[in-house]
Design a protein around this ligand. Structure first.
Ligand code: PLP
Length: 357
């Protein structure tokens, strides 16, 4: 079976060297040496000041919403993984869906202002597929209306925009380090902010609100373990090579697939990309279903990332209509993309697609 993604695993000796040290120290979690080292190394690699390593990318968003004290309505994208919307609901806020831009598939910044009401407190937007949102426009709107901005940067590890790492935009940026993502720690995630006060609050929230015997606030348990940090340190060492290999797979697809008959999202200028996904948009849903089935018969798994459009989730009531997102969601398929995807399989996948569009 060829899956849509395959997690990179380091040479087992490299990981077990870390394990041996853990067996000696017997310190397995609660911000041990490796968690601290991973945070430091990621900051160095991405050229950012602070990053908090947490247990997953979903709790990262929930903590971000809580720490920014958002309430009422949060304007968000309908074109993302379900965790973006569920985090808003989980924090007892109402998601207000703003349609996406038909070029980048990120939230359409020009449509945000008309959705702002007296209850709006924030904007939660996703850099979908690692493609940067219109961060300047969003920042200007947020300033004007006194709103907080959270970026769900779960797809965007290693992306930079206008010479700045993508995590440095917004009041808070979150990431997922799940096994299926570009950079992974098996399960894991991160929270980044440039604001020192906020950073301390996020720190307390991720670890029960206390430091040693001093209790400052309530909190939750979003800490991650030394085992996960060890995997992260192994993967981080080769992240540039992994992204380079993704680029080669992407370029191979580009050269083989009949691009005249499909649509793909555009990358804004001044973006350094991470080649996180390979989405293709077919003419209509029946072509998509036909191709998905033809690939599946050859043991090739694709995913309908992202379907349904999140405004159409069964438990979201009275959501806004989002024509572009609903249309793209019905027609988009993500093809297998991972560093070691073999050339012969890229050729096979491309041939099946070309024969069916
Ligand atoms: C993967 C993902 C998440 C959730 O991350 P987990 O680490 O799986 O909890 C959130 N948002 C987006 C856009 C994602 O793709």
């Amino acid at each position: 079976m060829i899956n849509v993604t395959q997690s990179y695993l380091p040479p087992i000796e490299e990981y077990s060297d870390y394990l041996k040290k853990l067996w000696e120290s017997k310190w397995l979690t609660n911000r041990g040496v490796l968690v601290n080292e991973l945070e430091k190394e990621i900051c160095k690699k991405l050229n950012i000041e602070h990053l908090l390593f947490v247990s997953n990318g979903t709790i990262a968003i929930q903590i971000a919403i809580k720490a920014l004290e958002l309430s009422g309505e949060i304007i968000t994208t309908p074109f993302s993984y379900v965790a973006t919307t569920t985090s808003i609901l989980w924090e007892n806020c109402k998601p207000v869906f703003c349609d996406i831009d038909d070029k980048t598939f990120c939230i359409d910044a020009d449509k945000i202002e008309s959705l702002i009401t007296l209850k709006t407190t924030g904007i939660l937007a996703t850099h979908v597929y690692g493609i940067p949102c219109e961060v300047e426009k969003i920042e200007a709107i947020a300033k004007k209306h006194n709103l907080k901005v959270i970026y769900d940067a779960a797809h965007a590890f290693g992306v930079s925009y206008k010479n700045k790492n993508i995590f440095s935009y917004g009041d808070i940026s979150t990431c997922s380090f799940h096994a299926t993502k570009v950079f992974h720690t098996i399960e894991g995630g991160s929270i980044t902010t440039n604001n020192k006060e906020l950073k301390d609050k996020l720190f307390l929230y991720h670890a029960f609100g206390h430091i040693g015997d001093d209790y400052f606030s309530y909190g939750v348990n979003a800490k991650n373990s030394e085992f996960h940090a060890a995997m992260g340190l192994c993967v981080l060492k080769v992240i540039d090579q992994l992204i380079e290999k993704r680029k080669i797979v992407t370029e191979k697809y580009n050269s083989l697939i009949n691009l005249n008959k499909i649509q793909q999202p555009n990358l804004p200028k001044e973006t350094v990309y991470n080649f996180a996904y390979y989405p293709v948009i077919f003419e209509n849903e029946s072509v998509l279903l036909k191709i998905k089935e033809a690939l599946f018969k050859e043991k090739i798994n694709t995913r309908r990332y992202f379907y349904p459009s999140l405004n159409n989730l069964p438990y979201v009531k009275k959501a806004e209509v989002c024509k572009v997102s609903e249309d793209i969601s019905r027609r988009v398929l993500c093809l297998p993309l991972y560093p070691d995807l073999e050339q012969k399989n890229i050729e096979k996948i491309s041939a099946i697609i070309n024969a069916n569009i």
